[in-house]
Design a protein around this ligand. Structure first.
Ligand code: CUA
Length: 157
């Protein structure tokens, strides 16, 4: 079968690009720790306040250096919108929405999840460096979407 020189060149280029993307995914997963947000459970978005954890949103210390943060998104705020942990803490975030799809992106971290009503998203991150980590909603959720902000204060031990 005859394959034109340029067609063969583009076929090879396609294979090289696929290999490059596979390497990029491998580096981000195994090297940079980028992870898919886990879907923990399905819940009734109208009854978020009855779900253990979300009945009293906030930060809990599971054991020293290990925290869980339950955060509820609702147009147009996060509850709570500010948490404080010591540097070196590993925080597992559990997030859900009471109304529409929201987002949760924390600057300078790999945390970037969609918050879908009826689902609980889970993402874990270790905050090694002290500082202020702002987070915001990155899914358009209505007229005051741009006001859905919050912050994580990571303080010196
Ligand atoms: Cu919530 Cu945009």
């Amino acid at each position: 079968m005859h394959i034109d020189r340029f067609e063969a060149m583009f076929l090879r280029l396609g294979v090289v690009m696929l290999a490059a993307f596979a390497v990029a995914v491998a580096i981000s997963v195994f090297g940079l720790g980028v992870q898919l947000p886990g879907e923990v459970d399905q819940i009734d978005p109208r009854a978020v306040a009855d779900v253990p954890g979300f009945d009293n949103p906030g930060l809990r210390e599971v054991y020293p250096g290990r925290y869980e943060a339950y955060i509820v998104a609702q147009a147009w705020q996060f509850t709570p919108s500010e948490i404080t942990v010591p540097a070196g803490s590993e925080v597992t975030f559990f997030l859900t929405s009471k109304d529409v799809i929201h987002g949760f992106h924390v600057f300078d971290t790999t945390i970037n999840v969609m918050i879908i009503p009826g689902q609980i998203a889970e993402v874990t991150y270790t905050f090694d460096e002290p500082g202020i980590y702002d987070f915001y909603c990155h899914e358009y959720c209505g007229s005051l979407h741009h006001t859905m902000l919050g912050r994580i204060n990571v303080v010196e031990q």
